[in-house]
Design a protein around this ligand. Structure first.
Ligand SMILES: Nc1ncnc2c1ncn2[C@@H]1O[C@H](COP(=O)(O)OP(=O)(O)OP(=O)(O)O)[C@@H](O)[C@H]1O
Ligand SMILES: [Mg+2]
Length: 273
């Protein structure tokens, strides 16, 4: 295998609807474009049984997905789809996806049963993830994991697999509360020896005109330090339109818009790390 030593980033927040999937998809696409000329490749792994990644990018469904990989029903190669839709005018030659479906929930139960029977409850799921996905660092410059809005037996295993977490926070009151809990979870994972750090906190749905949005941003900066907070992503209806109009990312749907520019800044930040 090559000398490549890629980075694995999890986009995570146990609160639902904060922009995790939008961030995972846009960041993966932005990074892929950034490193295309140099021959780099990006993998986007959907760890959410809602399966929104492939749907949002309008990718053809495949016979196999992440659940099959984790349960030894297919090879790594069998469950990867190319996100390239050059035929529709959306060339993404170096972006790849491992999709999910609700069978991931079954896979989770199956893995839990196996680890309980095996008597190694604490480590086995982590070992499965490491065996099935650990080598992505040798194949892809960046692997972005879209996490579900839940905290369960998979979370610690995903944290163990990933090098860093990006935590999107919706800039409303509840967003702030959820994130304090989530970063608390990450810190306790670190206390258990899981080597994950927070790459950045990403304020999302930001509306400069709203006092609550400015106040949440302020609190986040005080709590985590200004350096840890990425530039906010504006609240905009274009984010809902982009996937609905022919499965585009915001970088394709509204290039140059303030929404696309905000995500380009996140790409810059992660690329520069
Ligand atoms: N900055 C934004 N402004 C307005 N709408 C947004 C923004 N970001 C995402 N959305 C929209 O909000 C909804 C939820 O976003 P998304 O699916 O990315 O959140 P999520 O955290 O992944 O949700 P879940 O927890 O269910 O997985 C989607 O319809 C998406 O298009
Ligand atoms: Mg999601």
């Amino acid at each position: 295998m090559s000398e490549l030593n890629g980075r694995v980033l999890a986009v995570a927040n146990r609160k639902g609807g904060v922009g995790k999937t939008t961030t995972a998809i846009t960041l993966a696409h932005g990074l892929a474009r950034r490193i295309e000329a140099a021959g780099g490749r990006v993998l986007l792994v959907d760890f959410d049984p809602q399966g929104n990644v492939a749907t949002s990018l309008k990718l053809e469904s495949r016979e196999h997905d992440l659940a099959d990989l984790l349960l030894d029903r297919c090879t790594f190669r069998d469950c990867i789809i190319s996100a390239d839709r050059a035929g529709d005018g959306f060339p993404r030659p170096n972006l790849f996806v491992i999709p999910s479906s609700d069978s991931l929930a079954e896979a989770k139960s199956e893995l839990m049963i196996r680890s309980a029977i095996g008597g190694r409850r604490a480590t086995q799921i982590e070992d499965v993830l490491d065996e099935k996905l650990g080598f992505v660092r040798q194949l892809f410059d960046y692997t972005i994991i879209d996490c579900p809005p839940t905290l369960d037996i998979f979370s610690d295993a995903v944290y163990k697999l990933a090098d860093e977490a990006i935590v999107p926070v919706k800039t409303d009151f509840l967003g702030e509360v959820g994130t304090a809990r989530h970063t608390g979870d990450i810190l306790s994972a670190q206390a258990y020896g899981i080597d994950i750090k927070i790459a950045c906190i990403l304020p999302t749905f930001f509306d400069q005109r709203l006092t609550i949005a400015r106040s949440v941003l302020d609190t986040l900066e005080k709590h985590y330090g200004k350096a840890a907070i990425a530039n906010p992503i504006p609240r905009s209806t274009v984010f809902e339109q982009a996937p609905a109009v022919n499965g585009q990312t915001i970088l394709e749907y509204r290039p140059g818009s303030s929404s696309a520019e905000a995500y380009e800044q996140l790409v810059d930040r992660i690329y520069a790390l």
